[in-house]
Design a protein. Structure first.
Length: 336
């Protein structure tokens, strides 16, 4: 059999693009732009390689220098989404004018970053206030867990909604739940953490009451609401005025900590029931949301066996799930 060596440059553009799309965009741009090859130069400037640029975990100064001096100014109109770390954020965002930039994801976010850059005196003010509509903060603010949650809420979370004038999507997450400072709204004015345009929110809150405050009308345009609660059992005596959220289409509630007051969750348990089975899911949840298209759940219940009035079997709970059309759901019972 005859064998032949095929040089990369001998491949058609379609195949070459397919190969390059499997590589990191940063590597493609760094390797192919300005290497005195007109064909590769044109291919590297395809929008698919410039729409999203991820500079996280890059600490090579020479690479950053080349991007800021030569590459970013050439592809600036194609960039829509930056994924950055604070150390190079200012330099990269000021390396060119990005007319189509609307999304920013910032890793290792800390309160001092907000104090330095989310201000009227910041060199990045126009980018943040006029362009960014989607902001994701991956926090690693260990010191924030020591201070006051209310102070952090006022100085960081609430300030972000006021400062970013066009923000419609806000995601505040962390590598671990406990490293992400929780939003705390108890005893703060109803104008705190307010937005008339925010449609998507993913956030961690201190208590279940804080989650209820977010549904009091301060975020009327929400369509997607994902919330993780530190403590559901912690409760205040405040009266919560629940406003209508006619645009809400997707809601997710998570808590990785055990809690006892299951009946506090809205639309759940018109009656107290220690066992959460298919009948409970249907009568206490699904029947109240007739427009619901998808319901994903994981519920873990801990019960003193002495409190049960009847024997409990996996088969019984599984059958109640099948009865409501949840054939893909499963249940596990552990007697400890």
């Amino acid at each position: 059999m005859n064998r032949s060596n095929v040089h990369l440059l001998n491949l058609p553009n379609e195949i070459l693009l397919t190969i390059l799309r499997k590589l990191n965009n940063i590597d493609v741009l760094y390797s192919l732009l300005d290497i005195n090859n007109g064909r590769l130069d044109i291919i590297a400037q395809e929008k698919t390689f410039a729409n999203i640029l991820n500079f996280v975990h890059i600490d090579e100064i020479s690479l950053i220098d080349r991007f800021c001096l030569y590459i970013l100014p050439r592809i600036h109109r194609s960039i829509k989404y930056f994924i950055l770390e604070p150390i190079f954020m200012e330099r990269i965002l000021l390396a060119a004018v990005y007319p189509n930039l609307t999304e920013l994801k910032l890793f290792n976010f800390e309160q001092q970053i907000a104090s330095k850059y989310f201000t009227d005196e910041s060199s990045l003010r126009s980018v943040f206030q006029q362009q960014i509509t989607s902001l994701t903060l991956v926090t690693n603010d260990k010191s924030a867990r020591v201070g006051s949650s209310k102070q952090y809420t006022r100085n960081v979370y609430a300030y972000i909604l006021n400062f970013f004038k066009n923000l419609t999507h806000l995601n505040i997450i962390g590598p671990y739940v406990m490293l992400c400072p929780g939003l705390s709204l108890c005893d703060l004015p109803s104008t705190t953490f307010y937005s008339s345009i925010l449609t998507h929110l993913c956030i961690i809150v201190e208590t279940f009451d804080d989650r209820l405050y977010l549904l009091d009308g301060r975020l009327k345009q929400l369509t997607t609401f994902n919330v993780n609660v530190y403590s559901i059992d912690t409760s205040s005596t405040s009266v919560h005025y629940m406003d209508m959220l006619p645009n809400l289409k997707c809601f997710s509630l998570e808590s990785y900590f055990q809690f006892q007051q299951y009946e506090k969750i809205p639309s759940l348990l018109r009656r107290r029931n220690r066992i959460i089975d298919g009948t409970c899911v249907q009568d206490d949840i699904l029947v109240h949301v007739p427009q619901l298209h998808s319901f994903t759940f994981y519920i873990s219940t801990y019960i003193d066996i002495g409190d049960l009035s009847h024997s409990l079997s996996h088969e019984h709970i599984q059958q109640t799930l099948i009865n409501i059309g949840q054939q893909n759901a499963t249940s596990i019972i552990n007697n400890l």
